[in-house]
Design a protein around this ligand. Sequence first.
Ligand code: FES
Length: 146
Amino acid sequence: MRETTCRRTVLAAGAAVAGSALIGCSEYNEGDNGADSTPRATSATQAQPPGGEELAATADIPVGGGMVFKDRKIVVTQPDAGDFKAFSAVCPHQGCLVDKVADGTIDCPCHGSKFAVADASVEEGPATRPLEEMKITVDGDTIRLA
Ligand code: FES
């Protein structure tokens, strides 16, 4: 019965998920009679290390300014010393990536929208909405995605 359930799961989930479904099937204790179908914890469900993906060193972000990480589509700012913020670099006007931080604003090259470094509110249109805020953590000298 248990084996049948696993085969159904694998067939329904497709090849991409098959590996993890099979791992789940192999996690039952020896001597299980199949009545308990709860999989045991696997390495995929174990706790992750604290903090997320590393973004930058705090020293890389100028006070009163910021830095655009185009490959990650994120802009990190430091409006005041030790106060770090992160926002999506995707402009809410038509989806271009903002490309620079200068004179207290995060600037979009496509149509000239400017967003405040402190909270990404619109300083100058045509955008009418702020950049989306991203959650970050500061771990010593490292800024990470939360
Ligand atoms: Fe940014 Fe238009 S896409 S101002």
